[in-house]
Design a binder for this molecule. Structure first.
Ligand code: ATP
Ligand code: MG
Length: 186
C-alpha cells in the first residue's frame, strides 16, 4: 500500500445543487441560517447541558465563493456592520443574542500545528457556529465537521455540495433538501 494515511470518512448524507449566480448562493446561505436558527433556539431551551454546536468546513478553490457564502449566512443570522474576510486575521468573531459565530480562514497556515498554537481548539469546543475556510491546512488534528460545503466552478456559476459527517449534519441536509431549493437535486 503506497498510501498510509487514514482515508477520509464517508459522508452520512450528501446533496448538491447548482448556484447560477451570487443571488443563488445568498439564497442557500439563508436557507442554512433558517435551519441553524431553529436548531439553536430549540436546543438552547430544551436540551440545556447537551452540546449545541455546528461546525461547517468550506472547501473549494480560490474565489469559489466560501467567504461569500459565510457573509450571506452571517447577514441572514442578523450580523450588522461590515463582515470582513478572515484571510489576514485568521478569525473573525460575531455574537448574535447569546450565540457565538466564528469564521476562520486557515489559508495562510504553513504548518498543521499553527491552529493549535493559536489557541483555536478552545473555540472549536464551544457551543457556537463555526465556519472554517481551508480547513485542510490545519491537518488531521482538526475535529470532524458536521457539514462540509464544497464549492466548485461550473459554467458561469458554482456547484455546491453538502456532505454530512454527523447525525445532526445529516438532519440539516435532510431539511435543506425538503426546502426544495429551486435548482436543487440530490
Ligand atoms: N454562485 C455564484 N456564481 C457566480 N459567482 C459567484 C457565486 N457565488 C459567489 N460568486 C462570486 O465569486 C467570488 C467569490 O469570492 P470569495 O472571496 O467568496 O471566494 P473564496 O472561496 O472565499 O476565496 P478564497 O479561497 O480566496 O478565500 C465573488 O466575486 C462572488 O461575487
Ligand atoms: Mg475566502
Amino acid at each position: 500500500m503506497s498510501n498510509l494515511q487514514t482515508p477520509p470518512p464517508e459522508p452520512l448524507a450528501s446533496t448538491a445543487l447548482y448556484l447560477p449566480d451570487e443571488a443563488a448562493t445568498e439564497q442557500l446561505a439563508k436557507a442554512l441560517s433558517d435551519i441553524f436558527s431553529h436548531y439553536f433556539s430549540n436546543s438552547y431551551e430544551k436540551n440545556s447541558g447537551t452540546e449545541k454546536s455546528a461546525k461547517v468546513y468550506l472547501r473549494g478553490d480560490l474565489g469559489a465563493g466560501k467567504t461569500t457564502f459565510v457573509r450571506h449566512f452571517l447577514r441572514a443570522m442578523g450580523v450588522k456592520g461590515r463582515i470582513k474576510s478572515p484571510t489576514y486575521t485568521l478569525l473573525e468573531t460575531y455574537k448574535v443574542s447569546s450565540l457565538y459565530l466564528y469564521h476562520f480562514d486557515f489559508y495562510r497556515f504553513t504548518d498543521t500545528e499553527e491552529w493549535h498554537e493559536a489557541g483555536f481548539r478552545e473555540n472549536l469546543g464551544e457551543d457556537a457556529i463555526v465556519f472554517i475556510e481551508w480547513a485542510d491546512k490545519a491537518g488531521p488534528g482538526l475535529p470532524t465537521p458536521d457539514l462540509e460545503l464544497y464549492l466548485r466552478y461550473e459554467s458561469a456559476g458554482r456547484t455546491a455540495q453538502f456532505n454530512a459527517f454527523s447525525e445532526k449534519g445529516k438532519t440539516w441536509i435532510t431539511k435543506l433538501i425538503h426546502r426544495k431549493m429551486p435548482t436543487g437535486d440530490q
